[in-house]
Write a protein that binds this ligand. Structure first.
Ligand code: NAD
Length: 456
């Protein structure tokens, strides 16, 4: 497998991909090793994850550089991802033992009856992952899964393979046995081979299209299937905001990570009374973004990781223009050897256009004028996805009333593109099933076992 730098088109590394045979052998080793790992005291499993955390701190520069080279993420944003990862690991280290402790739910001394719930590991799970935030989306799964006593067959995206191998190396050096955390490298073909093993669960992060294939492959096996998929996340800007502040915050939510975040803002609705002022402030902000070598500290817009995505972005712009949208800035690829698309703002858009309905996953956004709150809520809910949604207003009650009507896993007041380890991360509709993060996202890697204990 050739790892190609999306910025320059240069080959960064050559990595051996797993075959169906090697995947089966890795599965067998993980199956044999899992019960021993589950029997290790929780404290030792937590110690291993704490050492993994320390390795991330010690190797931050090298890890950030690798991530930038293989996915084209601006180097500052790669370092931000690694820093953010520490907070997530801390959450799991603090909460896991309490969350997974046995619970006594009945203690009937007279009836000599006790009822308890224990949290058993699922067994051997597959973690099939995406490339856009490989440290975040991977660790949301493998960290709590390992702490809970599972063995993890971890398939990083073929676009973040080197990062996946770094993760494996650090976990192994931290004391997680090689057969308990097992990297599996390759494309979707390797992912398919992984799903043919008798695993106990699959935890997937990626696109809706692949998610459907994963669910179909697992359907007859009756195993746990968790899918964290895409989004078409809306933000509504009310007329009472400070336009410049709102525009700057929302532009960052739309263009950070070059728009390649599952929870990027992908649709903006603006109250008609401030629409023009908002567009002016928004476009000025976007025109200030520095595009360039992702290894350069001052770069904000990096490369498009997957080359075919350029066609998706081109198609969405052409479709919008044909149907009457105006290009306020950008709207085209940027010439060069790598994959580049100019940050693009489209106005006069509506829901007949692909750009307001299909995930863009790139530096492109549509801004639509709305007459009132009711129209904004209707448009926000007019989507097959439901990952996140936001409202910008100075009126907290109005925000809460609107957000209560929005059908999505997370809602934001005066913020966007935000994930917290303390809150569940989930989606409705085509954004997926199941969740990660929060204490629910620790329990999700276990099966509750019911104990009915009666003394004779
Ligand atoms: P993708 O669906 O192309 O690939 C994801 C993973 O699935 C990769 O590891 C790939 O090799 C594997 N795969 C592909 N076909 C397979 C098959 N038939 N069987 C088994 N495995 C297969 O997605 P991507 O391009 O890596 O990621 C981008 C998508 O992920 C976007 O839609 C984004 O919104 C979504 N995403 C969602 C979240 C979330 O938390 N909801 C987070 C990050 C990314």
């Amino acid at each position: 497998m050739k790892i190609v730098n999306p910025y320059s088109g240069a080959v960064v590394a050559d990595v051996a991909a797993d075959t169906a045979r090697s995947v089966a052998a890795k599965y067998a080793r993980a199956r044999a090793a899992q019960p021993r790992w589950a029997a290790v005291p929780m404290k030792r499993r937590l110690d291993a994850i704490a050492k993994f955390r320390a390795a991330i701190v010690a190797r931050e520069d090298e890890l950030a550089r690798t991530l930038t080279l293989e996915v084209g993420k601006p180097i500052r944003q790669s370092r931000n991802e690694l820093k953010g990862l520490l907070g997530r690991i801390d959450f799991f280290l603090e909460e896991a033992a309490g969350t997974l402790r046995d619970e006594k739910v009945l203690d009937d001394k007279n009836g000599k009856l006790e009822e308890r719930i224990s949290h058993e590991p699922l067994g051997v799970i597959a973690n099939i992952s995406a490339w856009n935030y490989p440290y975040f989306v991977g660790s949301n799964v493998f960290v709590p899964a390992l702490i809970a006593g599972n063995a993890v067959l971890y398939k990083p995206s073929e676009f973040a393979t080197l990062t996946g191998l770094h993760i494996a190396e650090m976990l192994h050096e931290a004391g997680v046995p090689r057969d308990v955390f097992v990297p599996v490298t390759g494309t979707g073909v390797t992912g398919g081979a992984l799903l043919r093993q008798p695993i106990d669960g699959v935890f997937f992060t990626g696109s809706y299209g692949t998610g459907v294939k994963i669910a179909a492959a697992a359907a007859k096996r009756l195993i746990k299937v968790q899918l964290e998929l895409g989004g078409k996340d809306p933000t509504y800007v009310c007329e009472d905001v400070d336009v410049k502040t709102a525009a700057a915050g929302i532009a960052d939510g739309a263009f950070y990570n070059t728009g390649q975040s599952c929870c990027s803002v992908e649709r903006i609705y603006v109250h008609e009374s401030i629409h023009d002022a908002f567009v002016d402030a928004f476009v000025a902000e976007v025109k200030g973004y520095r595009i360039g070598d992702p290894l350069d500290e001052s770069t904000y817009i990096g490369a498009i990781t997957r080359r075919p995505q350029l066609d998706v972005l081109r198609r969405q712009v052409a479709d919008a223009k044909r149907k009457g949208a105006k290009v306020a800035t950008g709207g085209h690829t940027i010439k060069g050897r790598g994959n580049w698309f100019a940050p693009t703002v489209l106005t006069d858009v509506d829901h007949s256009m692909m750009v307001m309905r299909e995930e863009s996953f790139g530096p492109i956004i549509g801004i639509q004028s709305v007459a009132d709150d009711a129209a904004a809520v209707d448009l926000m809910n007019d989507t097959e996805y439901g990952l996140t949604a936001g409202v910008y207003t100075t009126d907290e009650r109005r925000a809460k009333k609107l957000l209560a009507q929005v059908n999505s896993g997370s809602v934001y007041w005066n913020c966007c593109d935000r994930v917290s380890p303390r809150l569940p991360w989930s989606g409705t509709g085509h954004s997926g099933v199941g969740l990660t993060l929060s204490t629910y996202g620790i329990q999700t890697f276990t099966r509750p076992k019911a104990w009915h204990l009666r003394e004779m």
